[in-house]
Every structure is written in C-alpha cells, then in structure tokens.
Design a binder for this molecule. Structure first.
Ligand code: GLA
Length: 350
C-alpha cells in the first residue's frame, strides 16, 4: 500500500512530499521528495524505527550530516575536487578541507526530486527523478537520474539507481541512512556487531583520501570477516581509526566485476540482545562504514536526542577518489551508457 502526504514546504514554497511504502506485514518505509530521503523505517510488531531522521523540512535543511539522504553526484571524496576524463580537466566544488565531499557545496541531498512513478502493490515502490544540469557543482554533462525504493514482504528495502548523461561524466550515488537497529532513539551503537564480506580496504590519509593502495584486511583491525562489536572498531587505537575518531573507511566488497549488475552480500549488522539483523547487499564495489563519529548533539524525530555514534551508515559506492585512481573500479559514465546499480537493506527479526 502507498500513501502520499504533504511533509512540509521549502523556503520558496515548493511542496515536500512524504511517500509511505507499506508491505503486507504493515511495516513501513517513508521516503521524502526532499533529497530522496529515507525518513523512517518502521517495524510494526517491534514498534521500532530503524533509521535516524527528522520531523520537519527545516530540520532537514539545517542538517549537515546527510541523514537519510540520497547523495550525489559523487558520494564521498574527490581529492582537491579535480579529475580528468580523456584529458579534459574538471574542477568541481570543494566543501571539505579543499576536497569535494558528497557532491560539493550543493549536492543532491537538498534537492527536490520529482515523484515519477508509484507502484502500489504489496511490494510497493516509488521512483524519484532528478535532472542535474551540465556544470552542476562543476560536473560535466546533464545527468538524468532516478532512484527507486521498494519495500518487499521479506522486509527488504531495495534502492535501485539509474542515470544517463549527455557528456562523459562521473556518477557515484549512495544512500546516507544512519541505521540503529535497536531503534532510532536508543543511543550509541557500540554493542551492535558487524561482519563484512570484504577482505580488502582502501587505506586513506587523514583527510579520508585513499592512498591508492588496495590492502588486505587480514591481521588488522579492518578485518571484519568474523562478527565484531562496533565498539572494537570505534575504540581501536589504529592510527587510521584514531584519525577519523571511529570507523569512516571504505571496504572493497568481495567479488566485484564491472560487468556484473547482481548484488553481492556485503555486510551483516547484528543486535546481539534482540537477535535482529540488518543485511546489506550491493552491486557496487565499495562500502563505507561510518559510525557517526562527527554527528553532533541534535534533536531527532519524536524527541530523540542524537549524538556521536548513535547510528551506523552503510554507504555503497565506488571507492573514494576513484576518478583519480586508475586501479580502482571506474566511476566514469559515458554518454552512450546507462548507469544502473542496486543496494538493499533487509531487516531480519526473530
Ligand atoms: C561520510 C563521510 C564522513 C562524513 C559523513 C557525513 O560518511 O565519509 O566523513 O562526512 O559522510 O557527516
């Protein structure tokens, strides 16, 4: 079942809509046209909302942490905001330490997306579309982009991205939800556990820019092949973890093939107390695990108080700074190509 409601309006009066996807069990995901944002993911039986979020447009516009947003054109960082495609140099907007983060000063996360398709069934879905003009934040080409959210009866929330461009460009969308599988108001995630199906990661400098190396995780704190508590990661004294005050790193999900569009198992997050699990699958090569290290104190939905480590982001992506790293899978989208990628989050309750 699908319902559409008015969520609020932008300062210029443009309406922001909330689309509620409800599956046959009555569980719900609410998607906003502002930023193609996952505002809520509610489990009826457990009375739990799994994602951080806000109750008003004003709070979303004041949020600097991309909570729940669809991020683009290029999620994560591009060093100095510079890259070239076939010898053509591009300078894009720089908004963090002289680098481009999450699409630059005015990325996709605060745009109003058009609701272009709705499929009302017991696996409801909504498609939102955005046209990013040629030169948007410095990126070449007019990009037509779509994101479809589907909630199925196995409580799998699938996010499918498509895009095409009229000039060669780079495209790297992600979903920046802060999950807390104990409930959005339940505080720090230290006791939750994570396992990654990723035997390599990309070491980075203290600005989060990869050195270019793809390094095996074995024998390091980045080895998450066995279930480990997030506290283990957050409180680790490895210099790369100290540099980011917790996890904020890109892992290379095993089994990526550029020609394959199938999703692969990437991560399992577990709440040992309730046995609840969140399973992440993706067709993308990388997964940034970000433990909300820099989330400041703020008020969330229904009086929740958020702060550092109150959620964990599982951001599927091309590796950071891929436009400048020829050995990394390429984020270049050619004019004659169609971009397609899929990432899904499935909640399994006992
Ligand atoms: C990503 C980055 C973090 C931080 C958050 C947003 O996860 O890697 O460093 O910028 O987004 O606050």
């Amino acid at each position: 079942m699908i319902t559409r409601n008015r969520f609020g309006h932008m300062p210029d009066g443009t309406q922001v809509e909330a689309v509620t996807l409800e599956n046959a069990t009555g569980n719900q995901a609410v998607i906003l046209s502002l930023g193609a944002t996952i505002q809520k993911w509610y489990l009826v039986k457990e009375s739990i909302d799994l994602v951080l979020g806000f109750g008003s447009v004003e709070e979303y516009l004041g949020d600097a942490h991309y909570i729940g947003r669809t991020v683009g054109r290029y999620a994560n960082r591009i060093a100095k905001g510079m890259f070239s495609i076939d010898g053509d140099n591009h300078q894009v907007s720089v908004n963090q330490n002289g680098n481009c983060l999450h699409g630059g000063e005015s990325g996709f996360h605060n745009r109003i997306w058009d609701i272009t398709d709705i499929q009302d069934s017991d696996t409801p879905s909504v498609t939102m579309s955005l046209t990013s003009p040629d030169g948007d934040q410095g990126f070449p080409g007019q990009l037509q982009t779509q994101v479809t959210f589907t909630l199925d009866n196995d409580d799998c929330l699938t996010i499918h991205y498509e895009a095409s461009t009229d000039k060669d460009t780079v495209y790297n969308p992600t979903q920046h939800t802060y999950f807390n599988i104990c409930g959005q108001e339940s505080g720090e995630v230290h006791n939750q556990q994570v396992r990654l199906i990723a035997s390599q990661y990309t070491p980075a400098n203290d600005q989060g820019i990869p050195t270019g190396e793809i390094r095996a995780t074995k024998g390091s704190p980045f080895d998450l092949s066995e279930l480990r508590s997030l506290a283990d990661l957050i409180q680790n004294s490895h210099p790369e973890i100290l540099a980011t005050n917790g996890a904020d790193h890109n892992w290379c999900v095993d089994g990526f093939e550029p020609s394959q569009s199938e999703q692969r198992l990437a991560a399992v997050l577990v709440d040992p107390k309730s046995g609840r699990k969140l399973i992440t699958r993706t067709s993308m090569p990388g997964l940034q695990i970000y433990t909300a290290n820099f989330l400041g104190q703020c008020k969330g939905k229904q009086g929740a108080e958020y702060g550092p480590f109150h959620g964990v982001c599982l951001e599927s992506q091309f590796y950071p700074n891929s436009p400048n790293e020829p050995a990394f899978p390429s984020p270049v989208l050619r004019k004659e190509q169609k971009f397609k990628s899929t990432t899904s989050y499935q909640i399994v309750t006992k």
